[in-house]
Design a protein around this ligand. Structure first.
Ligand code: PMV
Length: 328
């Protein structure tokens, strides 16, 4: 039996602009998905996922498209979850040159699903690591990231970015720009607080909304480039250990995202609650439209304020996690 875990992520800077070749800085957070893998002799896959804020399910199947799991939760959710899990297992089988191997898998995650916190990437990264090590093969985190990206790319019909899978596999703060991705070293502790409105925006719609604005208005294109400039300033502030400046730039980044039309009333309410509680900075994270904000606050102030903010369903501390995928 082999256990691996991998972290979720927030965007410190740069979502949306990253689609147009600007840099972005996602950060791994101390909320993890854990996968236990045990080889089984009959070539089948049994998946136990009772802690995914779905309703929990257990399925045994051979992984073929005709072999639908018979469970009592919305099929769309289970099919998406199964797509990620069987894709991860395909990658592990290929990496270990063991195409026929079956597995018992148990998945537990404390990353809210579909909230822009990279839950699917964390599950895929941890599943690839657990299943390959169960077969005696140790992959480098970069290779796990690459294989996990291929799974997301397939399941999400080519709509996946490399940020989530790379960040989850490597841990810490990473910089992504087109094909170029690397970990940022020597950065200070980042006391993140996450506020979650219980919902999620439609990433495809939000991305295409920004694309239209950018094509229509020169100043919207300038806003996207301004986010790129801000990310470069942000990297310098991170490397200088200037957390207060990082917070100011997060505030600015939220304003620019808001100008591009991707914030929402609940996201703005959470951002302002955190700011009013003297957080160093606060912004939406991910595609926007709903979902999560991330604030920077060493004290309990922002979390307490978020808990009393109408529309905020959950508020939790999730500091920068310097460790990526790891054996448990
Ligand atoms: O909501 P998330 O974490 O999937 O982030 C989306 C990030 C975008 O920049 C808006 C889109 C993308 O593919 O990079």
């Amino acid at each position: 039996m082999t256990v691996a875990s991998a972290p979720g992520k927030v965007y410190l800077f740069g979502e949306h602009a990253v689609v147009y070749g600007e840099p972005a800085v996602p950060c791994a957070i101390e909320r993890r998905a854990r996968v236990t893998a045990e080889e089984r002799g009959d070539g089948r896959l049994r998946v136990d996922a009772d802690d995914l804020s779905l309703d929990g399910f257990t399925v045994t199947y051979s992984g073929g498209p005709e072999d639908r799991p018979d469970v009592d939760v919305p099929t769309g959710l289970v099919e998406a979850a199964m797509g990620y899990v069987s894709g991860a297992i395909e990658q592990a089988r290929e990496a270990a040159a063991a195409p026929e191997t079956g597995f018992d898998l148990t998945i537990e995650s404390d990353i809210p699903l579909g909230a822009g916190l990279g839950s699917s990437a964390a599950v895929v990264v941890a599943a690839i690591d657990a299943a390959t090590r169960e077969l005696g093969v140790d992959l480098a985190p970069e290779e796990i990231a690459d294989r996990a990206f291929r799974v997301e790319y397939e399941v999400q019909d080519g709509q996946a970015a490399r940020a989530d899978t790379f960040c989850s596999a490597m841990g810490g703060a990473v910089r992504v720009q087109d094909e170029d991705k690397r970990r940022l070293e020597g950065i200070p502790n980042l006391p993140f607080v996450v506020g979650y409105d219980g919902g999620a925006g439609d990433t495809g719609e939000l991305v295409s909304g920004v694309r239209t604005l950018r094509e229509e208005y020169g100043f919207a294109a300038d806003t996207v480039s301004a986010i790129g400039d801000l990310v470069r300033e942000g990297e310098a502030a991170l490397e200088a250990g200037d957390v207060a400046e990082v917070g100011r730039l997060m505030d600015f980044n939220h304003g620019l995202l808001s100008a591009l039309g991707v914030s929402s009333r609940s996201l703005d309410a959470m951002v302002w609650a955190a700011r009013d509680a003297d957080a160093l900075g606060a912004k939406l994270t991910g595609a926007g439209g709903g979902g999560c904000i991330v604030a920077l606050d060493e004290t309990e102030g922002a979390r307490t304020a978020l808990r009393y903010t109408p529309g905020c369903e959950e508020a939790f501390r999730a500091e920068l996690d310097r460790e990526g995928v790891r054996a448990e």
